[in-house]
Ligand binder design. Structure first.
Ligand code: GAP
Length: 445
């Protein structure tokens, strides 16, 4: 990926994602369903690895953050108090010429329709609430309305007291959650970048009000480092502070982690200082006290919240874009030139860590190959593939981003060794089967 936006890369990645089983259009056999996607056998591994890496860094490796998995269906009272019923809306315009609808704030030229190029054809903007409403129980109508959550965050605010009373955590501490959120986006698009159903990875970090600015800095730095540590090049990432007129209704400071997508810089994650807005609103609306008595300070306060809020599906897409590479190589075993596409994922993100490839399906190789597979599977997600020429199998694994291929060949039954091929260098090492775990383990953690 070059340092300027690269629209051609987008088509290549979308194509690879379908061809190799990362992402399929939802309801594909019915012609697809409106910017909705399904994660295939490889995509589901990628997405799981992204979420696991986030959970590891935000929960497992810390003593001050606990997890939660709150309900997706939620009563209007939550969204009334959070301000979403009043404020979670985008300005919607219709083109009177072609009938297409757009988000006014996302138009390059607010006077020209990007679909039919008519000028001055837009209706007056009206506020369109992005929350999906449905009904709980058999009777539709007033009193039965529920909402699909548009963010996971509120589940953590309404459980603040439960967690405080049960977890023995005290501010500064955090509650983390990964899960689906739903927004009736006016203009979904750019593949899985903006969809109506998506997954978020959010953490609400509760702090004494005076400490909020320094924790905000802390989390901006931590979150930038997370992407870098997992292989996103530093020059494809930036932190951009919101201008005052961009801030959400609950925030006094927000910075976005942005990635250089094929169409330009765009948001991966927002880190916000939400003040005591949410806890105060829920305390007022529910009648429950959501403040905290700090013994050390000798004072009672409503904690401020610093929130790093990332999109799992959007981040998975950024990992694929950052990993994508094409290069000219000599054809393995034949010396002729060919080009290969390779996803250079960090091992933690790679869907499969190892592919076991017997050179033939004959029992003399199949038996040791299944032995090798059984040795590796408890430790790593492995693929197993025994058909096609070995060169084509290597190319397939390159496109899946598998860091190591283990080839079982005709010498294996005699020397009890296999060939380990490195995805990035294509170098091959002969390794005894008994030493395989020790050889691969340190490279894959
Ligand atoms: N709780 C705060 C919050 O939800 P947000 O900036 O609206 O903040 C956080 O969302 C992250 O969720 C975004 O940075 C993005 O990665 C992801 N996200 C939001 N809307 C999305 C959509 N329609 N499709 C995919 N991901 C989305």
């Amino acid at each position: 990926m070059s340092l300027v936006p690269d629209p051609a890369l987008f088509d290549k990645v979308v194509n690879l994602c379908k061809r190799r089983g990362f992402v399929f259009p939802s309801a594909d056999i019915y012609g697809g369903f409106r910017s909705t996607y399904d994660y295939g056998p490889v995509g589901v591994l990628l997405l799981r690895n992204v979420k696991d890496a986030w959970w590891r860094s935000m929960v497992q490796l810390r003593h001050d953050v606990v997890g939660l998995d709150a309900a997706i269906l939620s009563p209007p009272a939550i969204w009334e108090a959070s301000g979403h019923l009043q404020n979670f809306a985008d300005p919607l315009v219709d083109c009177r010429n072609c009938g297409e609808r757009f988000r006014l704030d996302k138009l390059d030229d607010p006077d020209e329709c990007p679909n039919c190029h008519a000028k001055g054809s837009f209706t007056e903007a009206r506020q369109f609430n992005l929350m999906f409403k449905t009904y709980a129980g058999p009777v539709e109508g007033a009193g039965a309305e529920v909402y699909l959550r548009p963010e996971t965050a509120q589940g953590m605010f309404v459980n603040f007291k439960n967690v405080l009373e049960t977890s023995r955590k005290r501010p500064p501490f955090g509650i983390a959650q990964i899960g689906k959120s739903f927004r009736n986006e006016i203009t979904p698009g750019n593949f899985v970048f903006r969809t109506r159903e998506f997954e978020q990875m959010e953490m609400e970090y509760f702090v004494p009000p005076d400490d909020a600015p320094s924790w905000y800095e802390h989390w901006c730095n931590e979150r930038m480092q997370w992407y870098r540590d997992l292989g996103i090049p530093a020059d494809r990432l930036r932190l951009r502070a919101h201008d005052d007129d961009e801030l959400s209704h609950y925030s006094v400071a927000t910075s976005d982690v942005e990635f250089l997508f094929p169409w330009g810089w765009d948001e991966l994650e927002g880190i916000a200082n939400r003040t005591d807005f949410d806890l105060s609103q829920h305390a007022k609306a529910s009648g429950e006290s959501l403040d905290y008595f700090d013994q050390a300070l000798g004072e009672r306060y409503v904690p401020y919240v610093i929130e790093p809020a990332a999109g799992a599906t959007r981040t998975a897409m950024a990992f694929v874009l950052a990993a994508y590479d094409e290069e000219e190589v000599s054809r393995e075993g034949q010396g002729q030139g060919e080009s290969r596409t390779v996803l250079r994922f960090h091992p933690r993100i790679a869907p499969y860590k190892v592919a076991v490839l017997p050179l033939s399906k004959k029992p003399e190789l199949q038996v040791p190959a299944t032995d090798v597979l059984a040795q590796l599977q408890p430790h790593f997600m492995c693929d197993y593939d025994e058909t096609q020429a070995i060169g084509r199998r290597y190319r397939r694994q390159d496109e899946l981003g598998t860091p190591y291929c283990v080839t079982v060949d005709f010498e294996t039954p005699d020397d009890r060794a296999v060939t380990v091929r490195d995805r990035d260098t294509m170098a091959q090492d002969r390794v005894p089967i008994d030493g395989l775990l020790d050889h691969l383990g340190p490279k894959l953690t």
